[in-house]
Design a protein around this ligand. Sequence first.
Ligand SMILES: [Fe+2]
Ligand SMILES: [Fe+2]
Length: 385
Amino acid sequence: MDQQEYFDKLAQAVSQLTAAITNVSLYPPTHPRVAPYIDRTHESLTDMLEITPQVMVLLIDDELVSSNRKIVLPGSAGQVFVKILKKKGVESISFITGLPRSHLEDLIQGLASTDAKALRSTSCIKLGKVEVAGGAAKEDEGVEEDEALRKKTLDEEIREFNDYREHGLSSMRDMYNAIKQGERMDIKVIHSIVGEFVRRFRREMNPLSLLGQIKNHDEYTFVHVTNVALLVMCQAEALGFSGANLHDIGVAALLHDVGKLIIPETIVAKPSSLTVEEREVMEQHATLGAQYLISQKEIPSLALLAALEHHIKFDGTGYPAIPGKWRPHIVCQLITIGDVFDAMRSRRPYRDAMPMPEIVNIMRKSSGSVFNPMLVDFFLRLIER
Ligand SMILES: [Fe+2]
Ligand SMILES: [Fe+2]
């Protein structure tokens, strides 16, 4: 199946799914006006899931997107599906290998139902939701609960998350020091930090509440990479990535600046702006990082790519200079967003931290040049909740 066939199949699956949802509000799922649509959706998705472990459809700016490409549906099916997703507050749907037909049936009934609780993720269908303050659909709408108690629990969980992050930071510091002294990188440390982040993260947590602050000048690099990992994992989770994919994304984000360990400390930790020559040396951290990771064992290939591509902008400029119209991997585009955001919000010896409205303004202005417009918009909504 080539790329075009893949996207044709996806468009077919989504339009069959839309037909099933609209018809299931009139007939039961076993009815001949519904069942064949479910069968065809299931068939197309199963074919696709044979060549990829996950098929993700995102709703970004009223458009359906998959693997960074717009999905074009025949007739009005696209508009109808977008309307259904918006009404339910669903921002992404991920279909995962092994998808049983019954899960698809549940999704169709959930999307057609007026009962908010009828729509939920299953082991093979993950629904991503960003709940914008004052937004329409909330999963817990109508459910009576003790708000104060719920809030306190969430606050406690955030506090515990932050306590763990400090522990993760000290593991990163030890690992960085060991690498600087020529020891091999212990990838188990990275896996354990990412695993704990995934385990402790709740979708209701605003990513900004999880970030660490730089207390000493020399701890910038490992506080920064940890913050970037958190920002990227929050984006990826909200976009519907899960399981091993989400874990690898966290590992890649945590290692994106590993090349800085090879750059002289006098440049990395210079307390003032870099000269042109120093900047050229500093920019080598991307290729040096990728080369370093190639020499290590059991590193996900995504981490190599992230180290190499995280300073390549959405429009193909940046560094390292790669000829042709190079578009970074979608995960590297997420890392670029987290990377630039954290750099601007951090206080450095040669400048203060930027105020949030200024950061948001710069990020919006860089939409389409530095950042993927759809992803940066998604990110800003995520942190502005
Ligand atoms: Fe970097
Ligand atoms: Fe970075």
